[in-house]
Ligand binder design. Structure first.
Ligand SMILES: [Zn+2]
Length: 246
């Protein structure tokens, strides 16, 4: 039998053990704080230099770039290294799956990445650390060194559309996989929520690992409520072929 393709859909809950709070979920920090939400809303960001100045200060203080992968991220990477075909679809922008060892080409970042900046005019990208170094050196709102355009984090802000290419790949993987594990996602925000339904519609085994109930629990083959840091490694170890030739 062919080895099953495993799709892992990860949300904020997989990174809380790494010290990263839920920012953008329905109960996330940004949704509870209208002033903070403005800093990550495209229209305000592009229209107001003061919003950009505060946004850069927020990025400078954000600990996401210093966070380390936890046991759950490592378990996903270990599953991939064991020879099981694994693809990660993540709502997170922290890059921790890749830091844990997942090859970047096997990670789809639905909401982009906080580890890069991008120019809103010429689309030049670079390392966020380099942009933050300019802020540290005194630039309130560092412009693009290529064209002078406004720089932003390479994350999808509120009011921006998700990358249709990334979304298309996520949908294709969801339809093709045999096992779909949703971990640390409330499954209340599109497109993540819809993907869980698509996976079930296409006959995948749907496993949900989340502390709180989700709207898809009744469609799942397994629902796991235990802490992700212990539950996910155990669950994924059970998928590794024992005889080495599955
Ligand atoms: Zn530019």
């Amino acid at each position: 039998m062919d080895r099953p393709l495993v799709a892992i859909l990860s949300g904020a809950g997989i990174s809380t053990d790494s010290g990263i709070p839920d920012y953008r979920g329905p109960n996330g920090l940004w949704r509870k704080d209208p002033e903070a939400e403005k800093l990550v809303t495209y229209e305000y960001y592009m229209g107001d230099p003061e919003i950009r100045r505060r946004s850069w200060q927020m990025r400078r203080k954000n600990r996401t770039l210093k966070a380390e992968p936890n046991a759950a991220h490592r378990a996903v990477a270990e599953l991939e290294r064991s020879g099981v075909p694994v693809r990660v679809i993540t709502q997170n922008v922290d890059g921790l799956h890749q830091l844990a060892g997942m090859p970047a080409r096997k990670v789809l970042e639905l909401h982009g990445t906080a580890r890069s900046f991008v120019c809103t005019r010429c689309h030049t990208r670079g390392r966020m650390e380099d942009a933050l170094a300019r802020v540290e050196a005194g630039e309130d709102d560092p412009p693009c060194l290529n064209c002078g355009g406004i720089l932003k984090s390479a994350t999808v802000m509120f009011g921006e559309r998700l990358d249709p290419v990334v979304l298309g790949e996520a949908l294709a993987i969801t339809k093709a996989c045999q096992i779909f594990v949703a971990v640390g996602s409330s499954l209340q925000v599109q497109p993540a929520a819809g993907l869980a339904g698509v996976a079930a519609d296409h006959g995948a085994r749907l496993v949900i690992v989340n502390a709180e109930p989700t709207p898809y629990d009744d469609r799942a083959d397994d629902v796991v409520r235990e802490p992700i840091g212990t539950a996910l490694p155990a669950l994924l170890r059970a998928l590794v072929p024992a005889d080495g030739q599955a």
